[in-house]
Design a protein around this ligand. Structure first.
Ligand code: DAH
Length: 345
C-alpha cells in the first residue's frame, strides 16, 4: 500500500468519530493525531517519499488531519450540548406542582397550661425555678418535715436510686433549696417551681407514675392565709374564667400548719346560687409554711411567715378539658395531642 492509500485509509475513521462518545473521541484523537498516532507516524515517513510526490502527499495528509480535527471538534460540541440539554431536562422544575406540606407541631396541652400559669405568676413578681428531677432524700423529705420514720412518707411511694437519692415525689423539694439561699434584705421570697415528679403508683385513669406539679411559695413578714386565698382565687379566675368560687377545707401536710385542701366550684357561682347547687372539685393542697420548715432553712419564724401550695397541671387540664384518663397525656397519640392546638380560656 502506498502512502496516499494509507492516508486515505485514515479518513475511514470519520464515520467512527460521528458516533463516538467523549471518551471514545479522546482515544481516536490520540490514536490518529497523537505523538505516536497513525497520521503523525505517516507524516514522519514523508522524508522518504519521492521529492516530486512529497508536496502532494504532504498536503493530503494535512487535509486529512484538518478534517479529522474538525470532525472531532464538531462531535465534541454536539455531545456537550446533548449533556447540557439532558441536565436541563432532568433538573426541570414544575412550578405548578403542589408543594410538600410540612406538618406544624404545637405545644403539648400540659406545657400550654404550665406556660399559662408561669406567665400569670411572673406578672405577679414571682421567680420561676425548675430544679432537678433527681433529688436527695434530705430535700424531698427531711427538710419538708418528713423525717425517715414519718408515716406520711407512705403517701408518696418513692423510686429510690440509692438510700439517699430518689426521683423527686413532689416539687415541694424546691422549697428548702430556695429558702436557704434567699436574701430577705433584697425583698420577699416569691417563687413557683414547675416540673415532673414521680411516684410508684400503678397507672390507671387517675394515677400516673410520672406527672407534673407546680409548687408555689411566698415568704415575707406578715403573710397570712388571706394572702394565700387571694392568690389562689386569682389563679382560678385566670385559668377557668371569672365566677368559680374556691373553698378551703382543713387537711394535713407535714410541711404546712395549718394545711388546707382547695376545691373549686365547677359551675359558676353568684349570690343567688344555693350552697347545695354547687359542684366542688378538689384541685390542690396548700397551707401556711410550717415553722419547723422555716427554721430548718435558717428563717426566723417569729419574724417571717409564708404560704405554699402544690397543684397538678395534669389535674387542671383534665378538669378544664374534661379529659377522663390521665394516661392520655403520656401516650403521645397524635389524635389526642392535636385536639389542643391552642389554649382556649
Ligand atoms: N407536695 C404535696 C403533694 O405532692 C402538695 C402540696 C401540698 C404542696 C401542700 C404544698 C403544700 O406546697 O403546701 O401532695
Amino acid at each position: 500500500m502506498d502512502l496516499i492509500e494509507k492516508i486515505e485509509n485514515v479518513k475511514n475513521k470519520i464515520p467512527e468519530i460521528q458516533s463516538a462518545n467523549l471518551e471514545e473521541l479522546e482515544k481516536i484523537r490520540s490514536l490518529v493525531l497523537g505523538k505516536k498516532g497513525e497520521l503523525t507516524t505517516l507524516l514522519r515517513g514523508l522524508k522518504e517519499v519521492d521529492e516530486k510526490e512529497r508536496g502532494k502527499v504532504g498536503s493530503l495528509a494535512n487535509l486529512v488531519r484538518t478534517e479529522i480535527e474538525e470532525q472531532i471538534q464538531v462531535r465534541t460540541k454536539a455531545l456537550q450540548k446533548e449533556i447540557i440539554n439532558q441536565r436541563l431536562e432532568n433538573e426541570k422544575i414544575d412550578v405548578t406542582l403542589p408543594g410538600t406540606k410540612h406538618r406544624l407541631g404545637h405545644m403539648h396541652v400540659l406545657q400550654q397550661i404550665q406556660n399559662e400559669i408561669e406567665d400569670l405568676f411572673i406578672s405577679q413578681g414571682y421567680r420561676v425555678v425548675y430544679g432537678n428531677e433527681i433529688e436527695s432524700d434530705e430535700y424531698n423529705f427531711e427538710r419538708m418535715n418528713l423525717p425517715k420514720d414519718h408515716p406520711a412518707r407512705d403517701m408518696q411511694d418513692t423510686f429510690y436510686i440509692d438510700s439517699e437519692t430518689l426521683l423527686r415525689t413532689q416539687t415541694s423539694a424546691m422549697q428548702a433549696r430556695i429558702m436557704e439561699k434567699h436574701d430577705f434584705s433584697k425583698g420577699p421570697l416569691k417563687m413557683i417551681s414547675p416540673g415532673l415528679v414521680y411516684r410508684r403508683d400503678d397507672d390507671d385513669t387517675s394515677h400516673s407514675h410520672q406527672f407534673h406539679q407546680i409548687e408555689g411559695l411566698v415568704i415575707d413578714k406578715n403573710i397570712t392565709l388571706a394572702d394565700l386565698k387571694g392568690t389562689l382565687q386569682m389563679l382560678i379566675d385566670s385559668l377557668f374564667g371569672q365566677g368559680h368560687a374556691i373553698r378551703l377545707r382543713p387537711s394535713y401536710f407535714p410541711f404546712t400548719e395549718p394545711s388546707i385542701e382547695v376545691d373549686v366550684s365547677w359551675n359558676k357561682v353568684d349570690s343567688s346560687t344555693e350552697d347545695s347547687d354547687i359542684q366542688w372539685i378538689e384541685v390542690l393542697g396548700a397551707g401556711m409554711v410550717h415553722p419547723k420548715v422555716l427554721e430548718m432553712s435558717g428563717i426566723d419564724h417569729n419574724e417571717y411567715s409564708g404560704f405554699a401550695f402544690g397543684l397538678g397541671p395534669d389535674r387542671f387540664a383534665m378538669i378544664k378539658y374534661e379529659i377522663d384518663d390521665i394516661r392520655n397525656f403520656y401516650l403521645n397519640d397524635l389524635r389526642f395531642i392535636e385536639q389542643f392546638k391552642q389554649v382556649k380560656k
